[in-house]
Design a protein around this ligand. Structure first.
Ligand SMILES: [Zn+2]
Length: 47
């Protein structure tokens, strides 16, 4: 499996990889979030 480090979750700083073309998280513009934080953000819109 091919993994490429894309960046870090801006919320929890977890590493986010691109795995075989699939992003292991959510990107919003230049921001990256892991799936877990993206889920949390849906119910807690701070920004
Ligand atoms: Zn996170």
């Amino acid at each position: 499996m091919e993994e490429e480090l894309v960046g870090y979750c801006r919320n929890c700083e977890k590493k986010i990889f691109c795995r075989n073309g699939f992003l292991d998280g959510v990107s919003e513009g230049k921001k990256l979030l892991c799936f877990r934080c993206a889920d949390l953000k849906e119910t807690d819109k701070v920004e």
